[in-house]
Design a binder for this molecule. Sequence first.
Ligand code: DON
Length: 567
Amino acid sequence: MASTLCAAFAGSVVASAPALAKTPPPKPVLDASAVAAPDRYGADTAQQIFAAGGNAVDAAVAIAFTLAVTRPEAGNIGGGGFMTLFMDGKPYFLDYRERAPQQATRDMYVDDKGNPVPGMSAVGHRAVGVPGTVEGMWEAQQRFGKLKWKQVLAPAIRYATDGFPVEPWLQQRRDAAAKNFAGKTNFDAYFSNLKAGATLRQPELAQTLSRIASDGGREFYEGRTADLIAQQMYGHGFVTKQDLLQYKAVWRQPLAADWNGYRVIAAPPPSSGGIGLIQMLKMKADLKPAFDGLELNSAPYIHLIAQIEDRVFADRQQYIGDPDSDTVPTDRLIADAYLAQRADEVKPDEVPGASPVTPGLGDSHTQKAQTTHFSVVDKWGNAVSNTYTLNGDFGSGVVVDGGGFLLNDAMDDFVTRPGSVTAATAATTAGASAEINTVAPGRRPISSMTPTLLLKDNKVALVIGTPGGSRILTSIFQVMTNLYGFNMTPADAVAAMRFHHQLLPQKTIYFEPYQPIAGELAEQLKAMGYTLEAQSFNGDVQMIRVEGTTPEPIADPRGVGVARVMR
Ligand code: DON
């Protein structure tokens, strides 16, 4: 099936543009291009784009549009995300995170007594932030792509027009979301035909994608699509045509840190992920004597990691937000001396929760689940690590009438009242959040999305990322330490058991259905004072390791992803 689709679409990509490349291709430095995508359509799309002469950015942009069709719960044009790139020997980071609309206010999700209104920031029109995905894809492709814009949209348009067979897992997620949105949004009416075994065709989405393909990415913000979004919001939500006109993706300096002989290239604020990942990696390295000889995922190992994570999440809830609206002390948070001092607080024999963990910079400096990831390398040595999101499954549940696409509920990543807990901040994020992450016009909410690259001698060595809210950074950390600390194969490193812990709820270790914590390990952790909590999801890592000139892509066995090498 996959190869049939591939052949059909390869035809459409090639036919629409006889002159494929804008410049002659540089000499390949890898044996092949590779992709790890969260579904087979994403992998097929990458294959077509590489066959047509595209590079990693062309493939990434084409995958993002494809997933907007084939993974409607997470892939999107109505959401936002982050892209970490390595192009022609240099790292880049593109922030296309959603922003609060101009009419947003600090107290928009609290009642007249100041209490957060349940669900208000997560479901329906008021939960929607100004989407960034199309602008992000446009920026990336215009700056670095080799193919024509239309070519990279062709596979997605075809999937939306011709449809694709719905698998049972997607219908299950649709059914769960429909219950959540019932009576509050137009979700059910729109996606009632999403049924296992049936072909899902999305003609309105096909038209929207075709407009974007012919008129360029700004069509979404200035053209008919912008009008449709504004109409959908009118009288119900806050996003206006003006908000759309003003939206711009931002090229930021990626975070960079040396670790274990590699250069880590990670997501800067408004992501908390890059800071958190670097903090975890460095604290664990500082604690080498304590870790020496400990078995992977043994109770004492989990206990040390949990203490590291307490410190990461204490800092994250206090100091990280939109760097364009407030100062984030990024350099201080990843400084070696600071992390050595934080690591020093971690004690193998400390009883969990015995001493409160507070933000570590010692001043009040700032006082003031659905997402998907894919990784791509091309044979020229370029790489793209991209995570983007609607936030919850199917976002706000609001479909743009006439446009055929879902809008995000990214506003739920703000704190509605400092110190309060939202759906996003309870089990999924830090449990409480500071002033820096309150709602303000134009502000971007804190994110956990952590598309990451590792470089060795200024060449790509690893491309990695995952969905999972606050589990994103802890999952990436675990896979990286499995790979480099325990010398596992890439497949084993991704498949190995993962657990999650963060500052709140205290003393809680989350385990996953894929490899539950049970038996003796469970008893040992309970005896130490931990509570064990089942969670339904602990990431869907899409990773490519490059050894020498050979890329090895791995799709997480927890999901339906596909890894493919393309010569
Ligand atoms: O930006 C964030 O951190 C969240 N909106 C991501 C949500 C997520 O990963 C849910 N996926 N499972």
